[in-house]
Design a protein around this ligand. Sequence first.
Ligand SMILES: *[C@@H]1O[C@H](CO)[C@@H](O)[C@H](O)[C@H]1NC(C)=O
Ligand SMILES: *[C@@H]1O[C@H](CO)[C@@H](O)[C@H](O)[C@H]1NC(C)=O
Ligand SMILES: *[C@@H]1O[C@H](CO)[C@@H](O)[C@H](O)[C@H]1NC(C)=O
Ligand SMILES: *[C@@H]1O[C@H](CO)[C@@H](O)[C@H](O)[C@H]1NC(C)=O
Length: 653
Amino acid sequence: MRLFHPSAFVLVILSSLVNASVTVYHQIPLAASTTTAASANYTGAAAYDPTVLNPPPVPAGLTTQFGIQLSSSSPSGLSIPQKGSFMGFSIEFSVINQIFGVNATYLQVPFLNLMAILRERAGEILIRVGGNTQETAVLVDSLPGGVMVSKVRGITGDVTSTPMLLYTAEVFYTMANISALVNTKWFLGIPFNDTSNLRLGIAEVGEAVLSGPGYLLGFQVGNEPDLYAAHDARPSTYSPSDYFGEFGTVVSAINNDGNIPVKNNLIVPSITGQWTPESVWNTGLVETYSSSLGALAVEHYPTDNCYALYGIGSPVNPQDVFQNFLTHNSSISIVAPYLNSTSYAQATGKPFIMMETNTASCGGLPGISDTFGATLWALDYGLQMAYSNFSNAMLHVGGQDVYYNHLLRTSSYHEWTIGSVFYSTIAIAEAFGPSGNAQIIDLQANTDSMLTPAYAIYENGTPVRMVLLNYVSDPSGASDYTATISIGGSAIGQGNATPAQIQVKYLVAPSVSEKSNITWAGQTFGGTFQSDGRLMGSESVQTINCDQSSNTCRVSIPAPGAALVFLSSSAYAESGNPSTQTFSTTMVTKTMNTATINPSVLATSNGISGDTWELGSTSKENAGTGLRNSLSIVSVVGAAVLSTGMLCTWFWS
Ligand SMILES: *[C@@H]1O[C@H](CO)[C@@H](O)[C@H](O)[C@H]1NC(C)=O
Ligand SMILES: *[C@@H]1O[C@H](CO)[C@@H](O)[C@H](O)[C@H]1NC(C)=O
Ligand SMILES: *[C@@H]1O[C@H](CO)[C@@H](O)[C@H](O)[C@H]1NC(C)=O
Ligand SMILES: *[C@@H]1O[C@H](CO)[C@@H](O)[C@H](O)[C@H]1NC(C)=O
């Protein structure tokens, strides 16, 4: 167990809550199930839109039995080594108070719980805070009402009406405190709206607060510069060479700024596809500024809902495009234009990051972005990017007005709705695990069908895990398939290497249209407004006996569904199993509107320890109990400075 970074933490305790231990899940009547028909009249926030689409028709003649032969040593075509933190989050700067909390002292416990789930499996979580709002963000000393972010509308004049954002240094302290609890690491963005009047405060203050403990990964310089002309943020002639010039201005300013000690963590060009990556590489940007660059990045959405939001482009009927997401072809075709660039990035020694992505820009699509179909799509897409040598991929989170939220709270109903693609990030975290040495290959299984893709993950030349997906939505069970897996064997001139047993975790839902009843290894976050960020229910992991004489293991994959197959008990244990530790929260009464984390939870939260994290267990077990016991008897609402623990209190509204 690692102790906290020895900074001081402010402790705020509501004494009446310290020993409470009942978790209350509220069922909010507004929540609609998948039995609800498409609602044309829904006028609430997009994140809770009950629109339900029809799954694509069941295909005729699907192959439901096929073999998968794995090499017992590294096959050619394995990806670069990947981390369990491969898939992180991109959070729009303007909504961080909805997601993180009011300020550094008042953090959102459900958010911490969600991050703890991933930290448990991957060791760390990467988060990019930015988006369109990073460009116009202004660091100020203080804001009215003591808030840390505030939007001023109508200043930027950009067609997406992105508000100008004012924020205080409290944002960085909030990030630091979150990092100390759940090991989040951050990407930020330097405002690029006016490079003749640069605002480098985000780098000066951000690094002062975050880089010491190693929480700051880098700064994007420019967000979607290939859309500047379209958004009236630059002249219509704005080109990659103009971007090259403006980037050079930022590099010089940073090199001349004594308050920015780290000079080599800038990220370019974060383009969306209006410019090809090659058109930027061909300006010589990477070679010219190699010593300033920490990573190369792009952003991409396969479709958009911009017509519905802003009247831009053409209308998209979600029912017409749903099927486009429910095939392996989606991720293959999204990634194809970047393969040359991931190879270029390797040649230039830079990571290549998908800095912002999701199902559809302009907030996602109703009936798609929040469904189990999106869960399967994001899982496949994430694994495909990893196989294609991206180093990381960030799923974008907006506010309540978007459909693709994977973490979200609503202040009026006291509970969070966890978006369906959050399950994908859990599966990916476990598929890669915390070794940092996982290499993945797309097995091109069952090449007859793009509906049943499969991947294998190797570590140190040994196959350790597999992910098998079934995009078909067929409640009859007739489209479930069985993969017969062989490892090594005479067929490929190797010794039989099939284990006696394998373990399988399933990611399932009744339909690709499902929004609530999604389970990962039997556990769920529930539906709209039902979650406090912890998985509910008991975990169920299947053990399958293999036939070592015939060198085969048979795994069946439901339609729809996905399976994470652990090929050895050590591969299983490595992915955060068997103990699952998250923050406990308690909602004592609705009128109090408060949740707390027990300090002992926090004191053990840095290590993947075997301790159970229960609220109100301060008198229990292990090292450091003297301090933690003393916490439980603090009986005033107030602040005390401690060096090894912290108690967060979340005011629900
Ligand atoms: C944090 O937010 C709480 C609740 O709004 C407020 O009471 C407190 O003063 C804030 N702390 C800082 C440092 O702004
Ligand atoms: C955590 O938040 C408190 C309150 O704002 C702040 O004083 C403290 O410095 C923060 N801790 C870190 C590590 O930033
Ligand atoms: C790959 O990228 C490099 C660097 O920009 C470029 O020179 C080359 O033409 C590209 N190849 C293809 C096939 O696009
Ligand atoms: C990924 O990188 C590895 C190592 O350079 C390479 O062997 C492999 O072909 C690359 N994969 C793809 C899909 O480009």
